[in-house]
Design a protein around this ligand. Structure first.
Ligand code: MN
Length: 376
């Protein structure tokens, strides 16, 4: 975990020398301010903001967001002031760091009324500037990754809070990678016996199905390429908590239709349907398991064609077919829309994401914080 790793990630999507210089400057600025502070893991404090920035670089966050991530704990934990950050960097960065600090002071695990009020503030903050909540999500993700160094009662408290508040937010923002990891990390502390039991079973399933899945990937890739459809194919296993939820619903492990999934990414919508035909020509689909989220996206803008087939080795395999653009949105959520340097939630985005539209409407309809949360 070092600055080089961060810069390497950034350079994959940003080649602006000046911006890269600003990121370096923010790193050394934060390192100096946190100098002498040690995390409970025994590491230098700077490893934490650096890790948060690295998580955000993986979803291609813009420069001000990365800079704010590096500085996100300086207002709270050092003598620096908002004006200093504004002067050293810019007012946008100062505003982001200030926003993250305010969320950090909110309490989500005390009295019910206070939790409701704070959660409402948090959710409304999303519509003000999406980046504040993204930094907070990345901050929470790194804290959950390093939760083993906290006391047991704190571990449970943080895990519950993450599951109840941060997981749903990651879902509604469409950041599936962050959402799945937060879920599994929380579940590990909420129900450790079940977590480790399932993790062991899943590992075994992954080992026994690996060759079959990769042979399917190769066959699909070859057929699509022969039919002139540019494509990329990948395999994935459902996350542990997702599997647990399916079992809770009464499914047996080997009956979960999307336990194993293949992602097929193609160049355009027409070819999604062509690829679907090709997959069905290779493997028999299961009746009633086809879902067309191309025509009807999920509320978080997820788009894909889903079909579950009888794959090689008697495995049930879900295939998810989408375009490169849709795949970007499925991985990065709202951040995929950050082409402009300073995109704040504009009206078009608010309308596109049904969740935000509902959020604004519900916010206007009631003053009662608990009613607000129930509605949400
Ligand atoms: Mn932090």
């Amino acid at each position: 975990m070092n600055l080089e790793k961060l810069l390497e990630n950034i350079k994959k999507y940003n080649s602006n020398e000046q911006e890269i210089e600003m990121i370096k400057k923010a790193y050394f600025y934060a390192e100096r301010l946190h100098n002498g502070q040690i995390r409970q893991s025994g590491e230098e404090y700077i490893t934490h903001p650096l890790s948060v920035a690295i998580i955000l670089s993986e979803i291609e966050a813009n420069t001000n967001t990365i800079v704010a991530a590096l500085l996100h704990d300086t207002l709270e934990d050092t003598d620096v002031k908002k004006d200093d950050i504004s002067y050293q960097f810019n007012p946008h960065v100062a505003m982001l760091v200030d926003g993250v600090t305010k969320i950090g002071k909110m309490n989500f695990s005390s009295r019910e009324e206070e939790i409701a009020g704070n959660t409402r503030k948090l959710l409304n903050g999303i519509t003000e500037d999406i980046r504040i909540i993204l930094i907070k999500l990345a901050d929470r993700l790194h804290n959950m990754r390093t939760l083993e160094f906290k006391k047991p009662d704190k571990q449970k408290e943080n895990a519950l809070e993450t599951m109840e508040i941060f997981v749903p937010i990651a879902y509604y923002l469409g950041c599936y990678s962050i959402k799945s990891e937060l879920e599994d990390l929380s579940f590990k502390y909420i129900n450790p016996e079940m977590y480790f039991e399932l993790a062991k079973k899943v590992k075994k399933i992954e080992e026994t199905t690996h060759d079959d899945l990769h042979s399917m990937l190769a066959d699909i890739h070859t057929l699509l390429t022969t039919n002139n459809i540019p494509n990329e194919v990948k395999a994935r296993t459902k996350n542990i908590y997702g599997i647990y939820k399916r079992i809770q619903q009464g499914n047996k492990l080997n009956e979960i239709h999307d336990l194993l999934a293949l992602k097929i990414i193609v160049d355009n919508i027409r070819n999604c349907y062509a690829a679907l035909g090709d997959v069905h020509s290779l493997y028999t689909p299961i009746h009633g398991r086809m879902k067309d989220y191309l025509v009807q996206p999920k509320t978080n803008m997820y788009q894909s064609l889903h079909t579950t087939v009888f794959g090689k080795g008697e495995n049930l395999v879900q295939t998810q077919i989408r375009t490169f653009e849709m795949d970007k949105i499925a991985t990065m959520g709202l951040t995929a829309y950050w082409q402009d340097p300073e995109v704040v939630m504009n009206d078009e985005l608010k309308n596109k994401f049904q969740f935000f539209k509902s959020l604004l409407e519900i916010n206007q309809s009631t003053n009662d914080n608990r009613r607000f949360l129930e509605e949400i």
